[in-house]
Design a protein around this ligand. Structure first.
Ligand SMILES: Cc1cc2nc3c(=O)[nH]c(=O)nc-3n(C[C@H](O)[C@H](O)[C@H](O)COP(=O)(O)O)c2cc1C
Length: 360
């Protein structure tokens, strides 16, 4: 299998093997050694999953969105979402972790930013892309795209509160009639934001249709002094190359593609940078990985909640492995951790192909 970048990549994409993030005062810079980043996903990018992804290799990984007021008021669930200890347990000295904050009040955003930076977040990301009704109803997430002056006040509050790089994640606009991501990004960067990620859909699209990578190019051109990450529907090296070529972005952010395939970011990074693409684990190595992830979830959430949270991950691992539907059902309905461990080798026995399909 050819793992060097194809000629079309050489012609259309000049990819730096790193991203440089600088704070507004230039006092603190983070150099991210791979331009491939794990997207924040509520209910999914918890500490156990981020650890697994970071263990394979990723530029950095982003927490689930954390409600700023709940964080500042020390609500245990918010604190758990913001946990960042990648390094201590796995010796992952290079793995960086961003905590994403959501909210609408500059005071709570600044308070929460201070807390998560003190807690070890090396990057703070601000959520201005979440389309969920309960979030936009509270004037957070992508609703802030419709209130750019207020959005700027939040950004200024966070940038002023911490000396780690602050990044922004947003969408192309609220709807097709208001594609203001470039304008918002320009103002955000003037206020000190160090990197911008654009999900190539509008809020009103939610997750429908295809992400428009070409439209992300307008943001890339509006903020040439900072890296922009292209996001949306990137599920393998082929998609990543196309997204980079279409948008001119400095890197990519991958979300759903990594579900059940936590090694995907390492494979995409290697393919983009012309290095040997690591093989996806299979057989005993895959069973070991899933068993470790499962145990980590039970330990992080406690047994009962852990079993529930783990189900979706087990399902994705089975889907990626192409296992038998009957075994998948047994695995997902079992409430006995020992039985789950016993079922894993057979449930994961139809191993995935060694490489993501688009890599060829
Ligand atoms: C279940 C789920 C939860 C998500 N939670 C967040 C979140 O907390 N913060 C955020 O900025 N985006 C969130 N997103 C959006 C993703 O970060 C990403 O922008 C989107 O899924 C498109 O990228 P993908 O096609 O690579 O998944 C979520 C997406 C999904 C599917």
């Amino acid at each position: 299998m050819d793992v060097t970048p194809g000629p079309e990549l050489a012609q259309t994409v000049t990819l730096q093997p790193f991203l440089t993030l600088t704070t507004s005062g230039g006092a603190h810079a983070a150099t991210i050694d791979a331009p491939v980043v794990l997207a924040p996903m509520a209910g999914i990018t918890d500490l156990p999953f981020r650890r697994i992804v970071a263990g394979f290799g990723a530029g950095f990984v982003v927490s689930e969105m954390v409600a700023s007021q709940e964080m500042a008021q020390a609500k245990p669930s918010a604190r758990a979402r913001a946990r960042t200890e990648l390094d201590s347990e796995l010796g992952l000295t290079e793995a960086r972790t961003a905590v994403q904050l959501a909210g609408r009040d500059p005071y709570w955003m600044a308070e929460a930013a201070r807390m998560v930076a003190d807690g070890g977040a090396q990057i703070i990301d601000i959520n201005m892309g979440c389309p969920a009704k309960k979030v936009v109803g509270g004037l957070s997430g992508s609703a802030l795209m419709r209130a750019p002056d207020h959005a700027l006040r939040l950004i200024e509050a966070v940038v002023g509160a911490v000396d780690v790089p602050v990044t922004l994640k947003t969408r192309l606009g609220w709807d097709d009639g208001s594609l203001n991501a470039a304008l918002l990004a320009r103002r955000a960067v003037d206020a000190g934001v160090a990197m911008v990620t654009i999900h190539g859909r509008t809020r009103c699209q939610f997750y429908k249709g295809r992400a428009d990578w070409r439209a992300i190019g307008a943001v890339v051109r509006a903020v040439p002094e900072v890296p922009v990450l292209a996001n949306g529907d990137i599920c393998g090296p082929g998609d990543a190359r196309a997204a980079l070529a279409d948008s001119g972005a400095a890197g990519v952010m991958i979300g759903r593609g990594a579900q059940g395939r936590p090694w995907l970011l390492a494979q995409v990074t290697a393919a983009l940078l012309g290095r040997a693409v690591p093989l996806a684990p299979r057989g005993a190595a895959l069973v070991d990985l899933v068993a470790t992830h499962h145990a980590a979830m039970l330990s992080f959430y406690g047994r009962d909640l852990g079993l529930r949270v783990a189900r979706k991950h087990l399902g994705w691992y089975c889907d990626a492995a192409g296992g038998a539907p009957l075994l998948r059902r047994r695995l997902l309905t079992s409430t006995d951790p020992a039985e789950i461990l016993r079922l894993l080798p057979d449930a994961l026995s139809a191993a995935p192909s060694d490489q993501p399909q688009e890599a060829a």
